[in-house]
Write a protein that binds this ligand. Sequence first.
Ligand SMILES: Cc1cc2nc3c(=O)[nH]c(=O)nc-3n(C[C@H](O)[C@H](O)[C@H](O)COP(=O)(O)OP(=O)(O)OC[C@H]3O[C@@H](n4cnc5c(N)ncnc54)[C@H](O)[C@@H]3O)c2cc1C
Length: 223
Amino acid sequence: MQTYDVLIIGGGVVGSAVARELSRYRLKIGVLDKESDVCCATSGRNTGMLHAGFLYVPGTLKAACAVEGNAEFDRVAKELDVPFKRTGKLIVGFTEEHRQRLLNMIERGKTNGVPGMELIDRKRMDEIDPSAGGNFAIYCPSSGILDPFIYTIALAENAVKNVGIPSVYRGHRPRPNPGRAPCTAYLQGRFFRPLGGQQRRAALRGNQRHAGHSWICDSAGQG
Ligand SMILES: Cc1cc2nc3c(=O)[nH]c(=O)nc-3n(C[C@H](O)[C@H](O)[C@H](O)COP(=O)(O)OP(=O)(O)OC[C@H]3O[C@@H](n4cnc5c(N)ncnc54)[C@H](O)[C@@H]3O)c2cc1C
């Protein structure tokens, strides 16, 4: 059986991005997915928006990653040769109550470090997108669109090119069952070392097997 320095469970956009990032280092990396290829779950079925980061709770890792990831996306798209358009985004409002909610969003965006958000009037909306409804809108210039399939596959292919990850383990579904699974760890969205320590005990929920991999990255999405 193959063992890895890092075994990544799940080849969605998160697992593929982790594989690409780790491919910068001298590591033996494996990606394991229960489906027949990468990007067969949520990552290939989303709206394809690059979010700006104004909806997330200030001070959270999600807010910080969204804003930082958004800012570096022109470079990433260029490196991977994936189509990407920074279209900007309008969030429209009709009533005074909407106006207050939009102003709150702008405040949150500012706190998170989202650049250039402003409340615009109908005249300005017509210049940006005459087909949009509403009396006023938030304009957020840093939002964009991309093809999530092309992006995720490009991440995975780039990782393979860098270190020659042999293949996605096809159709392999690890389960928290010590008797049957090659990899038994499960901890949502975190890296952990399945060898020793309190973290391991919590993560493995009493399961003792780690199958010789030094690190496991769980990026199995919602499962
Ligand atoms: C309707 C909708 C619209 C969205 N729109 C956007 C958007 O516009 N912009 C945006 O940024 N985000 C959007 N999102 C969110 C985004 O799609 C997800 O955050 C992202 O795809 C999560 O990626 P992931 O790699 O964590 O999970 P997934 O894409 O679900 O990947 C998980 C992988 O793990 C594999 N897996 C699962 N269980 C196991 C197992 N036991 N063993 C082995 N492999 C396993 C799966 O087969 C899959 O390949 C949207 C989500 C939804 C539902």
